[in-house]
Design a binder for this molecule. Sequence first.
Ligand code: SF4
Length: 197
Amino acid sequence: MIITYEHGDGLYVNLTNRCSNACDFCVRSYGNTLYGNLWLDREPTVEEIKESIFSRDLSAYSEIVFCGYGEPTERLGDIREICAEIRKISDITIRINTNGHSDLINGRDTAADFAGLFDIVSISLNTSDPAVYKEMCRPKFGGRAHMAIIDFALNVKNYVPRVILSVVDTTITPEDIEMCRGLAEDIGVEFRLREFI
Ligand code: SF4
């Protein structure tokens, strides 16, 4: 079971395979990754995740990224516990890569949960068009999902130093990419065009 893996100079944490989306382009549809098989037989416990993280020399990495093969906010409470432990011993940058459904998944406004623990919240917006989002990402929350992402970005920017809205370069039109860039500007967060891997 791969709980942590290295990518670039970051340490990535794979803690769940659950996700509220079923995106057309999801890396999970392509079998093994460059880092091995990130499918989990079962979800690792908080203790197992901490053990995996703390068995590494954290000074060797530029950041810890909660990402993996699923949506990390499916385990928001556990992540908060783990981040708090990391914060006790290291000021390493902590990032979460999320689909932005945290409020819907957890059934409440979760933005404040990210305060003091995360340096960067990177949110996959994927498209500026809610109808395209619904078709491409097949969210279990249906038509509410896209607006919820925007609301989450607007709220969480009040609690963390950096919020990024990202889109994948090959999955939408150049016009849509520019719309997403404009949306990020309007919200007052960063924009990132991600390469399709
Ligand atoms: S949000 Fe991410 S993990 Fe979830 S289905 Fe889409 S690409 Fe896969």
